[in-house]
Write a new protein. Structure first.
Length: 161
């Protein structure tokens, strides 16, 4: 059954080993099960060495390109506090940011504080959400168009999120 949603654009940012590609696959499967047309893209550079990872998912009635265009993201999910800033390029004033407070230290660099990160994001959007303990129930607030498997909701901690 194809839904009436025109399109939904989501970017997930984090570091290698956090399960971004697995999370992308779970959300994609859920959207597919709901009858949406889906396109995904994985841009994972140095992911095996804990480097930046960025994945895109777009779903809706008919989707042609897998990449979210600049300022077109509906939701940017950051699995690591500092990595969320890599998603700003895709944000607009209506974009929602969902951010894990987990910080992976970068050698020889002082991590940005939560306030510094928040101040950067507030320049783009006021829809910023921190402090989630389990991702899946919180994601349901932002992805009401799809059903996430119950096993994912109960085991979200396995992804380090």
């Amino acid at each position: 059954m194809v839904k009436s949603l025109e399109q939904f654009n989501m970017v997930i940012v984090g570091t290698g080993g956090q399960g971004l590609i697995t999370l992308l696959q779970i959300i994609s499967e859920a959207a597919l099960a709901e009858g949406y047309d889906i396109r995904t893209s994985e841009l994972h550079g140095l992911s095996q060495r804990g480097g930046s990872v960025e994945v895109h998912i777009r779903f809706g009635k008919k989707i042609y390109s897998p990449l979210v265009m600049r300022a077109k993201a509906d939701l940017i999910l950051g699995l690591e506090m500092q990595e969320i800033l890599n998603g700003i390029y895709f944000a607009n004033p209506k974009t929602k940011f969902l951010i894990n407070q987990f910080v992976i230290p970068i050698s020889l660099k002082k991590p940005l504080s939560e306030n510094e990160t928040l101040n950067q994001l507030k320049k783009i959007s006021k829809n910023i959400f921190f402090r989630f303990i389990r991702l899946a129930p919180f994601l349901l607030l932002f992805l009401p168009h799809i059903w996430l498997p119950l096993s994912f909701c109960n085991n979200a901690f396995l992804f380090g999120i």
